[in-house]
Design a protein around this ligand. Structure first.
Ligand SMILES: [Cu+2]
Length: 473
């Protein structure tokens, strides 16, 4: 069964501005017939000419936000009634002024602009499922050169119906300051819903709950709005993130993504003694050595890394979402078990997947490649709401070094890493495993679920939770 999308209407920037800007009287500014929105000569502001009832004045909030000083329209038809010129979308409405400026000159500030919305994801058997999700619009939003074609006010049009599964991967550095703008473009295919969204760094210690994303204790972003999140990345490790609003529904719908914090041990001085570097790596830190955690001894050193995010989609649930029916939570069962939003063999396709809207919907592959002798760090996260998953790797020794973003060490520092051929995780857990290929013959190996029901793409066999590990000479 494959959805046939209704004809997709690609809005212009101006349409999007009209969609997202309402005043307190619930008038959509500039959306009245015969009154196109325009862009001012310097491109910094858009304006709307709104047919007003005689005596209409802008609401207090509109006046405050949009600065009601009239600007001269470029070309207008004769004015037959009272018209209200409204300058709207001053850039600071969508963007917090000081983050705007600081991230452009401070290299220590990492910045990401994510937009929440909806879209469609391709399953490996050709089925397309309706999803919610995030889209990375950092390149559009970040506009130090004041390019009129870029800027925060352009992200809404670009992000409409463009949700990614999984959400864009976020890789940040320990001790770094991280500014994250989260916008909400709304659901193009569920205009009856007005869901807010948040970002929740699962397992990450936040100093204040306001940026934690739990909707009862923090801020959420409404449709048409953008809010800035601030993080100081204190503890390294493998996390994941998701929207925490109506979490079961929004996560099942796809609002989940890979996230990890690189360890500060990567930046110690060359020559620092490390007692347990892997064989052949010497006894001291060298330029380019990377460590999963601040282990103090080099034992989590790795050469290549790969995020492995376990999700599953229950296609009945997604069918009900697009059909505007109440989804059945109690019977959730993932008919499409997925690594990074894809079932086998899509897992080993290194290209982004295109959906029927012509948009890239799945951009993270799970093909793992390394040269013989290299150490592979698997950053495993399980964001399933429905089940436990057991994964196995045969033929390559695997060591679990961390669980839930904490190095496996006892209270007295005793090393609790363990060698295994399989790991079992439930929803919400993360693990870091290192594969040592020192004694592995070049060839193709498999990382897969041990349960047959998880090795299918719905009714299609030989799919689901499987990927290749390719070891080259
Ligand atoms: Cu959400």
């Amino acid at each position: 069964m494959k959805y046939v999308q209704p004809g997709f209407y690609e809005p212009t920037d101006e349409d999007m501005l009209a969609m997202v800007i309402k005043d307190l009287n619930n008038n959509i500014l500039g959306a009245q017939s015969g009154n196109p929105l325009g862009i001012s000569d310097n491109f910094l502001t858009a304006y709307a000419i709104v047919n007003g009832q005689p005596g209409y004045t802008p609401s207090t909030r509109s006046t405050h936000l949009f600065n009601s000083s009239p600007i001269t329209p470029v070309v207008m038809s004769p004015i037959t009634d009272r018209r209200l010129a409204v300058q709207l979308l001053d850039r600071s409405v969508l963007q917090d002024g000081f983050t705007d400026i600081r991230r452009w000159y401070d290299p220590d500030v990492a910045y990401t602009f994510l937009v929440c919305g909806d879209g469609f994801s391709e399953m490996a058997d050709g089925t397309e499922l309706y999803c919610f999700g995030f889209d990375n619009q950092t390149a559009t939003a970040n506009n130090p050169g004041n390019d009129p074609n870029l800027g925060p006010d352009k992200v809404f049009a670009n992000a409409l119906a463009h949700a990614d599964l999984p959400a864009p991967t976020m890789v940040v550095k320990q001790d770094q300051e991280f500014h994250l703008d989260l916008a909400n473009v709304g659901f193009a295919y569920r205009p009856d819903l007005f869901d807010p969204h948040t970002i929740h760094f699962h397992g990450f210690p936040n100093a204040a709950p306001i940026f934690d994303g739990m909707p009862l204790a923090s801020v959420a972003v409404l449709e048409g709005a953008t809010i800035p999140y601030f993080y100081k990345l204190q503890i390294e490790g493998t996390y994941f993130y998701h929207c925490h609003v109506e979490a079961t529904e929004h996560m099942q719908q796809g609002m989940i993504g890979n996230l990890w914090v690189e360890s500060r041990q990567n930046n110690i001085p060359v020559g620092t003694p490390l007692a347990h570097l892997p064989p052949g790596k010497g006894t001291t830190h060298q330029a380019g050595y990377r460590y999963a955690y601040n282990d103090g001894d080099g034992s989590t050193e790795f050469d290549v890394e790969k995020p492995i995010q376990i999700t599953g989609l229950d296609h009945y649930f997604h069918d009900q979402e697009i059909a505007i029916q109440p989804p059945a939570f109690a019977t959730l069962f993932d008919t499409y078990p997925l690594f990074n939003g894809r079932g086998y063999p899509d897992t080993i396709n290194t290209n982004s997947l295109l959906n029927s809207l012509g948009k890239y919907s799945q951009e993270v592959d799970t093909l793992i490649t390394a040269k013989k002798g290299q150490r592979i760090l698997l950053r495993l996260s399980n964001v399933s709401e429905t089940d436990f998953y057991t994964l196995t790797v045969l033929g390559i020794p695997m060591t679990v070094v961390a669980k839930d973003a904490r190095l496996l060490r006892g209270p007295d520092g005793k090393n609790l890493y363990y060698r295994t051929t399989s790991v079992t995780t439930g929803g919400g857990e993360t693990m870091d495993m290192i594969l040592d290929t020192t004694n592995t013959k070049p060839g193709t190996y498999f990382l897969y679920s041990t349960r047959f029901t998880q090795l299918s793409n719905d009714q299609e066999d030989y799919g689901g939770l499987m990927t290749h590990i390719v070891i080259t000479p």
